[in-house]
Design a binder for this molecule. Structure first.
Ligand SMILES: *Cc1c(COP(=O)(O)O)cnc(C)c1O
Length: 391
């Protein structure tokens, strides 16, 4: 896999440097592991110092519903990884999504949103529409469909690529080129690819959000979100939405994310390696109708996918050749290495049948999503093979 460097403020930085050392030059007591600054408050030596900090609330350490040194270290690393000027950690992926959406909208504005976006992002738009008269148009994950839906009142385009149930890839450059010309802001949920495999900022997106609950923390034990973008947008989101609503991440959890980040690159490479083995197996299997994994070179979306991503994650979906709920049930219950659970992004191998959700359309009864972890892929293939033989 390619090694690539990242441009930050005019100098080139290697991924290793960001993950292992960036921002960690002046650690107290020369501790090798960065400290957890578990404090809510910071004191001042003089009136002038205090007054200066209180007047310039953006980056000073004053109070924890603001900035914290442990959290700020991780935020700087994440901003650099995403090639953005700044980033903020928040208490969940959903708060990253809702805060950044709120920042760009006023009542009566119009939004275009990809209809396969994370379901709670769509629910949030429906909530805004009910309460504040925001107009929302949901469109299939296709650049032309997004652009056709733009009206004179459109202020925001909300994207997710690949989408998290069918992994549909959207031509990001095509959307952002037009959005920039029209002065429409763009937000993308980049959770699937992680900052290792896709950097939407260089594809023209304004604000990048992540559920750091997934790969960025990476061990299935922390809930967090990331918002990354230009300084101007980030100061706005920080001062208006973040401080007013207050979804603060605790310093301990920021530190757990820091620990997770040390292995982000090697974990992502292993997820990709394993996902290629598993998706190849599924593509060749006679009981499988369709496999959704855009970073497999055999995928119909590979050309577009590989023009914007340098690798793939461990999340994919497929359709069994059946329309029977009973068969789907038997299949998922026969799996042993893949455990039935929502969420994804850690070492775990997980499975969710779409039909387990109450709102499953009839044509999606056979749709199954799996998350491929970082263990031995042969064990995963054996598990799937055995379960497929049972149906
Ligand atoms: C999980 C997820 C979210 C929500 O993140 P939380 O941390 O659970 O709030 C948003 N987008 C995608 C693509 C996700 O998978």
């Amino acid at each position: 896999m390619v090694r690539y460097t990242i441009s930050t403020g005019g100098f080139l930085m290697n991924i290793d440097d960001i993950l292992f050392s960036y921002g960690e030059e002046d650690v107290p007591f020369k501790a090798l592991s960065f400290p957890i600054f578990e404090t809510t408050n910071f004191y001042f030596d003089s009136f002038d110092e205090m007054s200066k900090a209180l007047r310039n609330g953006d980056y000073e350490y004053v109070y924890n519903r603001g900035s914290n040194p442990t959290t700020r270290l991780v935020e700087r690393k994440l901003a650099t990884l995403e090639r953005c000027e700044d980033a903020r950690l928040v208490s969940s992926g959903m708060s990253a999504i809702s805060l950044s959406i709120l920042h760009f909208l006023n009542s009566e504005d119009h939004v275009v949103c990809v209809d396969e976006a994370y379901s709670w992002a769509k629910r949030f738009f429906n909530y805004l529409s009910r309460k504040f008269g925001i107009q929302v148009t949901f469109v299939p994950p296709d650049a032309d469909r997004v652009l056709e839906a733009i009206t004179k009142k459109t202020k925001l385009i909300y994207l997710e690529s690949p989408t998290s149930m069918r992994m549909r890839v959207i031509d990001i450059r095509k959307v952002t080129k037009v959005a920039k010309e029209l002065g429409i802001k763009t937000i993308i949920d980049n959770t699937w690819a992680s900052p290792i495999f896709q950097n939407p900022k260089i594809l023209g997106v304004d604000v990048v959000v992540h559920s750091a609950t997934k790969y960025i923390s990476g061990h299935g034990d922390v809930m967090a979100g990331v918002i990354a973008g230009d300084k101007e947008d980030m100061i706005g989101i920080f001062q208006e939405e973040f401080k007013n609503i207050g979804p603060v991440l605790s310093p301990i959890e920021s530190w757990l994310i820091l620990r997770g980040l040390r292995t982000l690159e090697i974990r992502m490479k292993k997820h990709y390696e394993n996902a290629l083995v598993v998706s190849d197996f599924l593509m060749d299997h006679p009981k499988i109708l369709e496999v959704n994994y855009p970073m497999n070179p055999r995928s119909l979306q590979y050309e577009l996918a590989s023009s914007q991503m340098s690798g793939g994650s461990g999340l994919m979906s497929f359709r069994l050749k059946t329309e029977s709920v009973e068969k789907v049930k038997e299949f998922v219950e026969s799996l042993k290495v893949f455990r039935m659970a929502v969420s994804w992004g850690s070492h775990e191998n997980l499975v969710v049948p779409r039909v387990a959700y109450g709102d499953c359309p009839k044509e999606d009864v056979n749709l199954i999503r799996i998350h491929v972890g970082i263990g031995n892929p042969e064990k995963l293939v054996e598990d799937l093979d055995r379960a497929l033989k049972k149906i």
